[in-house]
Design a protein around this ligand. Structure first.
Ligand code: SF4
Ligand code: SF4
Length: 328
């Protein structure tokens, strides 16, 4: 079968945090706590079967709605995937479990894996956005993983108006504590985004108004798909997240989507080889006819995620933009 560069999934739609700009708080057609949206180890093994894993380079755990640490079999699922030589890129708020639990996580992972902790500020600011998580606890959990000297531990910092003055102090702390990288993320969402200075997202500047209208399907470019915990295969996390909107009108999902694009009915490796993806790609070449979701996420080259990641060992900086979306 074809080699797959990257798949993104989340092991549950449940979350311990209550971030005010999260997709969780939008009007949805489903109950996120329903057990069909938390995958068991047994079902995970069916969906991510050994043949698929043998041909997969990266598995990203990142949430549209949930944090994989809320899945009670998180450690077991990680251990199963690591039997197949797949690299992990895990994103977590890190706000639950104790040091021993996180040391276990570190020991399951290896030096090729990445774990990102969301630390949006310091003791007095982090919880303003990451509601229900405490800086000290997340920091202690991240340090527990660092102490295993196994995976790369990343500090991911969303810059808001209320924490933008602490970026340099946090970066110094990241160096002291042995984090591998420190990254700043610009936000275009309306909660507390910076209104001035170098952390204003391009979507909120004049640049955006002037940018050329052209759909650049960045998940196609990066050869990756999003899989929901109930097994549905989507082109990207955005089409996956908005599928559950109570008013699902921003993207077109083909007839019988729930059946034909469900990895429990048809192996994921077969779904991603459908000709549908080529047709979608061709369709998206016309800006005016494209879906409103694609226009807003990928309709202008400035509209993608904006993140700068600094390797704290070498000082090398990686810019994540429309052309580099690894790890979303
Ligand atoms: S931690 Fe992630 S999934 Fe949970 S509420 Fe915050 S943004 Fe949403
Ligand atoms: S929003 Fe549309 S254009 Fe952007 S990655 Fe998803 S499918 Fe592709």
């Amino acid at each position: 079968m074809q080699k797959i560069r990257q798949l993104t999934t989340e092991l549950t739609f449940r979350c311990n945090a209550k971030c005010p700009a999260c997709h969780r708080v939008k009007p949805l057609s489903i109950d996120l706590n329903n057990k069909q949206y938390t995958i068991t180890l047994e079902r995970f093994k069916q969906l991510f079967n050994p043949e698929l894993l043998r041909n997969l380079e990266w598995l990203v755990l990142n949430g549209n709605f949930g944090d994989s640490i809320m899945n009670k079999e998180f450690r077991e699922i990680l251990a199963y995937v690591k039997e197949h030589d797949v690299k992990f890129n895990i994103h977590t708020n890190g706000g639950i479990h104790n040091i021993d639990y996180w040391k276990d996580i570190g020991n399951i992972l290896d030096k090729f894996d990445i774990i990102n902790f969301d630390l949006d500020g310091l003791e007095d600011t982090h919880h303003i956005y990451r509601i229900n998580t405490e800086f000290e606890k997340v920091f202690e959990n991240a340090r527990a993983v660092i102490s295993t000297k196994r995976p790369q531990v990343h500090w991911k910092y969303i810059v808001f108006e209320h924490n933008k003055h602490q970026v340099e102090k946090a970066r110094e702390l990241a160096i002291e504590e042995g984090f591998t990288t420190f990254s700043t993320v610009k936000t275009s969402r309306e909660f507390g985004r910076p209104t001035s200075g170098k952390f204003v997202h391009a979507k909120k500047t004049d640049q955006y108004g002037k940018a050329e209208k052209k759909i650049h399907c960045i998940w196609e470019d990066w050869d990756k798909w999003y899989i929901s915990p109930e097994g549905l295969v989507f082109r990207c996390c955005w089409t996956g997240g908005h599928y559950y909107d109570s008013d699902n009108s921003r993207f077109y999902y083909p007839p019988d989507f729930e059946k034909k694009f469900n990895g429990f009915n048809v192996p994921i490796q077969k779904i991603i080889s459908y000709n549908y993806w080529n047709k979608l790609s061709l369709f998206l070449q016309g800006y005016d006819r494209a879906f409103s979701l694609c226009k807003s996420q990928c309709g202008k080259l400035l509209s993608s995620r904006e993140k700068i990641e600094e390797n704290l060992g070498t000082g090398e900086k990686t810019y994540f933009d429309a052309f580099n979306q690894l790890g979303n």
